[in-house]
Design a protein around this ligand. Sequence first.
Ligand code: NDP
Length: 478
Amino acid sequence: MPKFEYAPAPESRAIVSLRESYGLFIDGEFGPGVDGRVFKTISPATEEVLAEVTEAGPADVDRAVTAARKAYEHTWSQLPGRERAKYLFRIARIVQERARELAVLESLDNGKPIRESRDVDIPLVAAHFFYHAGWADKLEYAGYGPAPRPLGVAGQVIPWNFPLLMLAWKIAPALACGNTVVLKPAETTPLTALTFAEICQQADLPPGVVNIVTGAGETGRALVEHPGIDKVAFTGSTEVGREIARACASSRKKVTLELGGKAANIVFEDAPVDQAIEGIVNGIFFNQGHVCCAGSRLLVQESVYPEVIASLQRRLATLRLGDPLDKNTDVGAINSAAQLAKIRELSEVGEAEGAQRWSPPCELPVKGFWFPPTVFTGVSQAHRIAREEVFGPVLSVLTFRTPAEALEKANNSPYGLSAGVWTEKGSLILWMATRLRAGVVWANTFNKFDPTSPFGGYKESGYGREGGRHGLEAYLDV
Ligand code: NDP
């Protein structure tokens, strides 16, 4: 299939007014950190410095937790649910009003294509606030008793793959249930969280209800280990998740962890191939594969293997990699030099272990961090690329003959976050779905998200659920 030439269609940056430097958002105001340390955030597509950001030290984290505690005790927990709902509705509407600005900023700071930040991330951010606004005055009907109580102050640490969306997943339910929060965005993607702080000001949210402390891993550690928080919510790597679980084990903090994944996307011989190809592409190349629930292990029934691989390769040759702000772009930049190094390393291991590597012809920009869409065939279950989370645009393909073999291979993973099943047979979908050890099972689709639907993992993918009625439990004293 020839790749059509498209004229560039760049989204304008003019809608974003970047500040030269950003302070910490504590008690409703932006201000400097106690020890004056700063770091720079760059555009991964060009390596251009976007802004200087404050690095919060333990004293700043302490100030933020104190502000959140005061707001919890004197304001937020005292408000009836219908009043909290008004603020959440207001935030949701402001997110919609500022959607274009937020989408451009997210693509600049993260490297993801504007098509995705504009059509997926930001609409879902608004949807999460709308959805949880609806719960705020109906918590007694959520199934957790007649008057479920909030936990108090939540310490929340989020990753860089969906910066504003992960913030929404954390802050919207916390606030709806009556908690206050201190949130740390990832070091490489702090800008939309800081803009969200402005939105809190714009919505007249009482000071201290939301506090944003920027920094790296050490700031996250200071937050989760702070004795003044009642709840820890973390999304990120299994390694750091383990550390956090250990640190909180001897405390009374309630913890939810959303960690890594190595999802199986299973294509049976009766699946509609064209649809399945779109699902495979969306499963692993959406957001450059920086997705915890990415369909990074493709399991194809042997009888249709040649057809599926040929179609997949044809389709991948049409993907456009490049400027995240170009509306034609399908695959954007890798988020950081460190992540690029990790993807390269694991891909080299894949080759060394004997798998066959393939990428479509694809010119990579000179500046920035880039990795082409990559498919490994001839992968066995023992290969590291079949077991470890690459967190990049790298697909490992395995085959199977029977549903039982597909199931066994799919479940043969330390992770258990998501899975996909492609078949025309409803009975087979149900048979697989009840036996797959995965928190989410998609049938004839992949990477579909909705605030009403609980999301979370089994095994090393963590514990606790986010979204839906189940997600409220994480922020209630039940
Ligand atoms: P991390 O798990 O290190 O980062 C997630 C968040 O936790 C970031 O805000 C990070 O800060 C913070 N953090 C780091 N160390 C600590 C700590 N000891 N205590 C509290 N918070 C901490 O992921 P990385 O960004 O380092 O990515 C490494 C690998 O993790 C990736 O290659 C990928 O495989 C996986 N990953 C999985 C994600 C998922 O959703 N499943 C999301 C992100 C990564 P900072 O960013 O400043 O380091």
